[in-house]
Design a protein around this ligand. Sequence first.
Ligand SMILES: [Zn+2]
Ligand SMILES: [Zn+2]
Length: 278
Amino acid sequence: MKFGISQKIKFGSDEGSYSIVTEREHFDSQITATDSEAELLLNFFGRENINIGNVASDKAKSGKNFKLSPQGKSITLNLVFPKPNKTELRLYLSSTAGFKPEPNFVWFMFIKNGDLWIGSMPEADWRNENSIIIYDESEEIYQDSLAELDEIKITNLKARDVFARDRNLAIKRIQLEKYTCEYDPSHNLFDSRHTKLPYLEAHHLIPISLQKEIVQKLDVIENIFSLCPFCHRAIHHANIDLTRKIINRLVDKRPQVTGIINLQIVDFYRLYSVEDIC
Ligand SMILES: [Zn+2]
Ligand SMILES: [Zn+2]
């Protein structure tokens, strides 16, 4: 699948593609490039520069240069159209050449500074490294500020919030939701020590850490959801199924959130790195 916002941030390129290496591909030491992979390879090397037939028929034309991610070592891999009708584009994997990903690894390619980079990593690492949400360093500070009444403490907390979120917006959202969890209003809550009101947290469904990448404002009421501490922890840390379930519920509840930067549900999954990698 094509690179999304997360990959653009991680690799500094939006011309890229990633998918899972199957057992079969690993065993056969070859990958049939599909959709965005084929598009990327053909755009980069030029359709007319790809050898038709087996590698031995034109070794020089079959060998293509890649940069191996992340070190940047130059490697040569064979890329051919095995059949004259050019319907299939085949990339050969080779440990000798330096690229032979394990089964179920994510393999990826992207264009950067005129080079075509290629690499692979375990799926869990890929998901971890491509999740935008984990970089929200001042989460605690922001949540603390919502449950605080002392003006001096609030000012101090606000000064330490690297995203300078407006706590009044979050409080307004929580009030609009009548002090309930937006995932499930029946969720149990405790009262805050300072405000004496039910304790809720504010979550930006389009992660606020994305703000540095885009011009549209993310600290807006449509993007802020009132969540109980359990659901809030869950959307940040839960397994793929529960994270998707919470995202689905929140988007269903407030579809306007999709309009802020025009995201489909799968784009939300990708921001949280819980998409199906195909
Ligand atoms: Zn959050
Ligand atoms: Zn909840």
